[in-house]
Design a protein around this ligand. Structure first.
Ligand code: C5P
Length: 243
């Protein structure tokens, strides 16, 4: 059954795509009451390090750490141990790292969170980056199946290895649901409310369409962070997610 109990606000993950700690913290301060989680990506993390995660914890702002780990199982295990200790709500790895790597991430995160007395984070897998075209998959990487089949296979592998869900585009939600069922979490970027600019996103859906397609969480950046009234924009997106 679809997780109907999730409120619009709780489905909303705002991408903190800013460079500095000050900018990130001021966004969080402004939007915290309207938003479920904040996504910390590689730019911000490279600039601010784990001090940012400590600050966000102090502000009681739930974090999706979008570090997309992909390395040998031992290294991903160690990185997962460290990130889970920080009390993040979600983090992710690349499914293409394989089952052993995903299992290592799951085990390390569970053990480390328990030792630190925090909740074990949701582990997400990235299937095929949406920036990858069929041509790149086939010509450069030698993967001859179509993108959807690869996404389905990677999602299924991630689930079997202990991931709680995947990051996926709206158009992949259907096939992931078919393969992984209703309880597997799907986090979808590429979201544009009808009133916002597309920016550089190509295959966009509105927040309402994303939920109707069966996603659990949406990642929204610029339509909120670049809005004239950011709080109001977040509120409007959250309302639309109340499907
Ligand atoms: O500003 P915008 O809403 O386009 O930001 C979307 C966020 O989701 C960015 O942080 C982007 O890196 C991320 N993302 C994406 N598409 C993917 C995976 C992640 O847009 N396939």
């Amino acid at each position: 059954m679809q997780k109907l109990e999730i409120k619009g606000k709780d489905r909303l993950i705002v991408a903190l795509d800013v460079a500095s700690m000050d900018e990130a913290l001021s966004l969080v301060d402004e939007l915290k009451s309207e938003v479920g989680l904040f996504k910390v990506g590689l730019e911000l993390f490279t600039n601010c390090g784990t001090r940012l995660l400590d600050e966000l914890k102090r502000l009681e702002a739930p974090v999706f750490f979008d570090g997309k780990f992909h390395d040998i199982p031992n290294t991903v295990s160690a990185a997962s141990r460290e990130i889970a200790k920080k009390g993040v709500e979600m983090f992710n790895v690349h499914a293409v790292g394989g089952g052993e790597m995903i299992r290592a991430a799951r085990k390390a995160a569970d053990e480390s969170a328990a030792a630190a007395g925090v909740k074990s984070p949701i582990l997400l897998a990235v299937t095929v980056l949406t920036s990858m075209s069929q041509e790149v998959l086939s010509e450069e990487l030698g993967i001859k199946e179509n993108v959807e089949a690869v996404v389905a296979r990677y999602a299924s592998l991630a689930k079997a290895a202990g991931a709680n869900g995947v990051v996926a585009s709206a158009k992949e939600v259907k096939v992931i649901r078919e393969v992984c069922g209703q309880d597997f979490l799907i986090v979808t970027p590429g979201i544009r409310p009808s009133w916002a600019s597309d920016d550089d996103q190509k295959r966009i859906v509105t927040p309402k369409q994303a939920v109707e397609l069966g996603t659990d969480y949406v990642v929204v950046g610029r339509p909120i962070t670049k809005a004239a009234n950011r709080k109001d924009a977040a509120k409007r997106v959250a309302e639309e997610l109340n499907v």
